[in-house]
Design a protein around this ligand. Sequence first.
Ligand code: PDD
Length: 298
Amino acid sequence: MIVYLNGAYLERARAAVSVDDRGFLFGDGVYEVTRAVNGQLFEWERHARRLARGLEGLGIQLSGGLERIGLPEISERLLDENGLGTGDATVYLQITRGAAERRHHFPPAGTPPTVFLGASRLAVPEAIRAQGAAAITTADLRWGRCDLKTVNLLPNVLAKEQAVAAGAFEAILVRDGVITEGASSNVLAVIGGVLRTHPLMPQILAGITREVVLELAAEVGVPVALEAIPQDGLARASEVMVTATTADVMPVVKIDGRPVADGQPGPVARRLHAALCTRMGRAAVRAPAGATGPARPV
Ligand code: PDD
């Protein structure tokens, strides 16, 4: 596989980042995971806006600005050169504050940020979608700026590991009695016929899939409320689902070992998933009933 690192295209195995890189030392950087369908980036402009907000939030400056790098062109070239011009793929992009002698405050002005991009095949978890996914709930131990998509993901890593150890697909994070989001997804629930999800605040990431799905809900006539879901509200939910670039709309049918409603994927999730697939220009795959697959996390 060919990747992009600081202006060069090179074999993935040859791509190396300095041990002084602040991404390595401090998790001092931001990232994006963008979906590609048949070589086309999905909602790139939204990812670019979120990335720009993240860079601004961290005070990372790129000389000549972000646009000058040509991130969408690099992404498309990586998809093409790596044989990912058809089917589902993702492009991972990371920008750190660069490599400099270790100190906590910012490095000297002019230290060039590190820019890395790599494309990969995405195995969309269709078998899990057909059956519905299991989730656990766990404490949201993250910092106060979860709206910035930083590579500082340790609480997410630990939460996801807890989910996987429990045989679940996702960890639903709970702070002060309400659901914020998933370890690597946003959480939505249908309660009293209304699709509810946490409003955009520093406590959650503004997921691109969430944003698109909320627009699609309005288009297909599903009422939406941007209200946090109390943890005890899950027992009243007729459906729970998570959204992410790597999972699309994933129905959650079991939480902490208890079924959500009748324990089957529901109609709202199915409809929103179909609408999302249409928007992505991708056929909504229906795995055969009873299909099993590895409980691959988002
Ligand atoms: N994560 N919330 C968190 C904490 C996330 O890490 C993600 C995605 C989302 C969903 O955002 P989007 O719809 O833009 O993918 C919400 C990516 C997929 C990851 O870290 O791999």
